[in-house]
Design a protein around this ligand. Structure first.
Ligand SMILES: Cc1cc2nc3c(=O)[nH]c(=O)nc-3n(C[C@H](O)[C@H](O)[C@H](O)COP(=O)(O)OP(=O)(O)OC[C@H]3O[C@@H](n4cnc5c(N)ncnc54)[C@H](O)[C@@H]3O)c2cc1C
Length: 499
């Protein structure tokens, strides 16, 4: 692909976990890299840590856990003793009460109080006696298993807040696969009878749920360290460079053009190119343009966006959880993070607290376009309504808007991704895709990192490892067939396919 004797030089688009992992691996193998990042001030992408007057917060709390030992090993290699081991506490808040998460039957019924508990059991009995036949929607499926009242409390509001779609329009498949044979009777029985002997897989899953690792100064610390290592090796990440054009000729990408915030255009040449930027943006920037059907497929990919409102509170302890799911329908906030419970060093003063109130939205909707002051006011009022703290205790607030936080899995996305993937693989074989939006996969850092490691190895050694065969646990499975449904993807609720 490159002329004999020509030194490899890899241009990497995006300095999130995927782009920086690719750079880290390539530099270890003495391959030169140029990393360009559109953010003018920091690296880390969705896993960056924002700082405001000494208060540090994530774009959504980022747990570090993986079933992939290589990824776990890399995190230790990069940050060493700066990686903390943390216990997890996260509960559900509903109508003034906290429920254990994962849900425990006895705790849930006790918390609901005797009257509501009886009503929930009656509603479950009715659902068993008169189930919806062949349930197609998420709503009908969960109602059949748990009854209408429990569905309303524990499934409906939060799912709708996160995905912005009514549970009547979501397909039953997700629940049927995620919670398979679970129903209220199974949950109650397991609460009342002694637990069965746990399998080793069960033990691993429990451990992953109860404990996780976390950098002392938040996830951004990991990626800032990798950027430092890259700079020390003579390859500083180029911040404030937004990819504008990906120029190709003769079946290979030759260079990319980036634009700085002050409008300067720069050209970066290379022998190989790695993209961790969203597929939709990548295809739109190809020059000459991709064929119509490829552009159409890329344009059809969609995303869910996200706002985090960080509020600084003049109180040492607001609640003990790392985060709380807010199922209460009376407020718009979906989840609340308490960053000092992730690491005490996320706040500059242990007498204060920094909470991150998370709002799921679409770019351009009412929440997204709300002025920052109004969002801070909304978050402050909602905390008050939830009884967590009074407005007088909130002394500062910051808003972070995050575009394309979640790649959306609609009923066409797999076909659309396949059109782009197959076209690029044959038309531009020196352009490699990696990462979350880079591959349109709703996955955690470990998955993004593993895809980047494989891509880096392919470039450095000429191996032919297929990053599309990394599964949702970030494990590479050679024997999986390319194009298989849900390949490497975490399960998420999907709209009912149009018939
Ligand atoms: C709310 C939330 C909570 C999460 N929680 C966890 C968790 O607990 N644990 C976990 O492991 N993972 C978690 N994740 C997932 C994790 O953030 C991602 O898997 C990871 O950040 C993906 O890395 P990436 O490099 O592929 O993509 P990104 O992090 O999206 O990085 C892509 C980079 O490309 C840059 N870019 C985009 N367009 C351009 C352009 N045109 N030119 C130049 N640069 C560009 C972006 O600015 C960004 O820096 C969470 C994500 C979210 C949104």
């Amino acid at each position: 692909m490159i002329a004999e004797g020509e030194r490899k030089h890899v241009v990497i688009m995006g300095a999130g976990p995927a782009g920086l992992t690719a750079a880290y691996e390539l530099l270890k193998r003495d391959v030169a890299v140029t990393v360009v990042e559109k953010d003018p001030t920091q690296v880390g992408g969705l896993a960056r840590t924002v700082e405001h007057k000494g208060y540090r917060f994530d774009i959504g709390g980022h747990r570090f856990f993986s079933k992939n030992d290589e990824v776990e090993g890399l995190w230790s290699e990069i940050l060493g003793s700066e990686m903390l081991n943390r216990g997890r506490l996260s509960r559900i808040y509903y109508r003034g009460r906290f429920f254990a998460y994962p849900i425990k039957a006895a705790n849930a019924l006790w918390n609901l109080g005797p009257i509501e508990a009886v009503l929930c059991l009656a509603s479950y009995a009715r659902a068993r006696l008169q189930p919806v036949k062949n349930p197609k929607t998420l709503e009908d499926w969960v109602r059949n298993q748990f009854g209408w009242r429990l569905f309303n409390i524990f499934f409906k509001t939060y799912t709708e807040k996160v995905w912005g779609i009514s549970t009547r329009e979501l397909s039953a498949d997700w629940a049927a696969q995620r919670i398979k044979s679970l129903d209220l009777w199974v949950v109650l029985r397991s609460a009342l009878l002694p637990p069965r002997k746990s399998t080793s897989r069960g033990a691993i899953i429990t451990t992953l749920i109860d404990k996780f690792r976390y950098p002392r100064l938040g996830p951004g610390q990991m990626w800032e360290r990798v950027a430092e290592i890259s700079e020390a090796k003579g390859h500083p990440v180029l911040l404030g460079r937004s990819v504008e054009k990906i120029r190709h000729e003769g079946g290979l990408v030759r260079s990319i053009a980036t634009k700085t915030p002050d409008g300067r255009i720069e050209t970066h040449e290379g022998t190989h190119f790695v993209s961790s930027i969203p597929i939709r943006e990548l295809v739109a920037r190809l020059d000459p343009a991709a064929p119509d059907r490829v552009r159409k497929a890329a344009d059809s990919l969609s995303y869910r966006d996200f706002i985090s409102v960080a509020l600084m509170i003049d109180r040492a302890n607001v609640f003990p959880d790392n985060w709380i799911y807010i199922h209460d329908p009376g407020v718009r906030v979906g989840r609340i993070q308490n960053f000092k419970n992730w690491s005490p060093d996320m706040v500059p003063d242990s007498g204060k607290t920094c909470l991150g109130l998370e709002y799921f939205c679409f770019e351009g909707d009412g929440l997204w376009t709300m002025p920052d002051n109004d969002l801070v006011e909304l978050a402050t009022q909602e905390l008050d309504r939830l009884g967590m703290c009074s407005p007088g205790e909130v002394f500062d607030g910051v808003v972070v808007r995050q575009q394309k936080a979640y790649p959306v899995y609609d009923d066409r996305y797999q076909d659309n991704v396949a059109v782009v993937r197959d076209h690029l693989a044959t038309a531009l074989p020196n352009l490699y895709l990696a990462g979350r939006n880079g591959m349109h996969k709703y996955n955690n850092q470990d998955h993004s990192m593993m895809t980047a490691l494989l891509v880096a190895r392919n470039i450095a050694t000429g191996s032919l490892l297929d990053p599309w065969k990394v599964n949702a646990d970030a494990v590479y499975h050679e024997d999986v067939r390319a194009g298989e449904r849900d390949l490497g993807g975490r399960l998420v609720p999907e709209r009912i396919p149009a018939s």
